[in-house]
Write a protein that binds this ligand. Structure first.
Ligand code: PEP
Ligand code: MN
Length: 367
């Protein structure tokens, strides 16, 4: 399910190692200070799986008088931290002005928040501001479980020429008591993926759960369902966060979740690559040996012809066969398999030998 093409090309996932599959974005809900960003960037860099550090600079708050982000000032911090740490950064845009500011201050990926995606005018404004610019853009699902609205936003960006468009599943507004802040309704994200198999679709367990204790559970569920990656809120000191304090996890907690999810998989993927390289080398050797064997068989045919011997010599073949069966048995190969394989090789070389003797007798006849 992973959008391997986009990811392997390093488009939406530039700092990922070549064989890495998941797109991982992590960082605080909001950029709060240069120190906070430096600290998180260093931790995320050490983690090794993170492609982008996230940090909101304009916060679309539901309740007035909540912290609304430091805006352009925070972009300057993010840019500085990126220069120093080498960690690409991602932030949220909701207006055309946000887009211009982000481009000016070197943002590496933009995402559009759930509240904004619900408004096609806002999406069109953002899409038009992005015309002619190549930067990856991830579209969160709208607040309501409306697949058409989500796809519509994605298509507005595509129509504006944005090549690297992806999606973030962050759940849908809950209208009843629920352990989660937002209702996952996984099937909507999976349907989006089914409709757009090339689209990178990642999951945001932080905004789905609204609670740090469910991040591991939801991350695991998302990866098992085949999502292409995760966006997770990570804060050096979640209790002191200026927004979404309940759902942010520490860098240590994040490291442990990512290790549990991906380290074994990555080790297996590396082992698989090594094993496949060995198989390829052995296959080459097999083809080389077969071709040499065939060349020698042709030479034998010439000698048989010149000395008037029969092409088929059952005693000799039985001797060859029992030798290889015995050797194969010692090396763990089934008798039946060795017999079938060598009989097939023998048939091929007899055919070549027969064709050759026929050619020679015709040459003698007409020569
Ligand atoms: C966020 O990612 O910080 C955010 C505001 O998310 P959402 O749009 O999913 O609510
Ligand atoms: Mn948040």
């Amino acid at each position: 399910m992973a959008n391997e093409k986009l990811i392997a090309e390093g488009g939406i996932n530039p700092s990922a190692p070549k064989d890495a599959k998941p797109l991982i974005i992590a960082g605080p809900c909001s950029a709060e200070s240069p120190q906070q960003l430096v600290e998180v960037a260093q931790e995320l860099k050490k983690n090794g799986f993170v492609n982008y550090m996230r940090a909101g600079v304009w916060k679309p708050r539901t309740t007035p008088n909540s912290f609304e982000g430091y805006g352009t000032e925070a972009l300057i911090w993010l840019n500085q931290v990126k220069q120093e740490s080498g960690m690409p950064f991602a932030t949220e845009v909701a207006t055309e002005k946000h887009v211009y500011e982000c481009l000016k201050f070197g943002a590496d990926l933009l995402w559009i928040g759930a509240r904004t995606v619900s408004n096609p005018f806002a999406i069109q404004e953002i899409a038009s501001a992005l015309r002619g610019v190549q930067i990856p853009v991830l579209v969160k699902n709208p607040l309501s479980p409306d697949l058409k609205l989500w796809e519509g936003a994605i298509n507005r960006l595509r129509l504006a020429g944005v090549k690297e468009v992806g999606a973030i599943h962050r759940g849908f507004t809950v209208w009843h008591a629920s352990p989660f802040r937002n209702f996952p309704m996984w099937e909507i994200a999976l349907q989006l993926k089914a409709n757009n198999p090339e689209l990178t679709v990642i999951s945001d367990p932080s905004h789905i759960s609204g609670n740090s204790k469910y991040i591991e559970l939801l991350s695991t569920r998302a990866i098992n369902l085949g999502f292409d990656g995760l966006m997770v809120e990570v804060h050096p000191n979640p209790k002191l966060a200026l927004s979404d304090a309940m759902q942010q996890i520490t860098p240590n907690q994040f490291n442990s979740i990512i290790r549990n999810l991906f380290e074994a998989k990555q080790a297996n993927a590396e082992l698989m690559n090594e094993l496949r390289a060995e198989i390829d080398a052995l296959d080459e050797l097999l083809v080389w040996a077969l071709s040499n064997r065939m060349a020698i068989a042709t030479e034998i045919a010439r000698v048989k012809c010149e000395t008037g011997q029969k092409i088929i010599q059952p005693d000799r073949w039985n001797e060859v066969l029992s030798k290889v069966i015995g050797k194969g048995h010692k090396m763990g190969l089934r008798t039946e398999f060795v017999k079938r394989l060598f009989n097939s090789i023998h048939r091929e070389s007899l055919q070549t030998q027969e064709a050759m003797t026929q050619n020679r007798s015709e040459m003698v006849k007409f020569g």
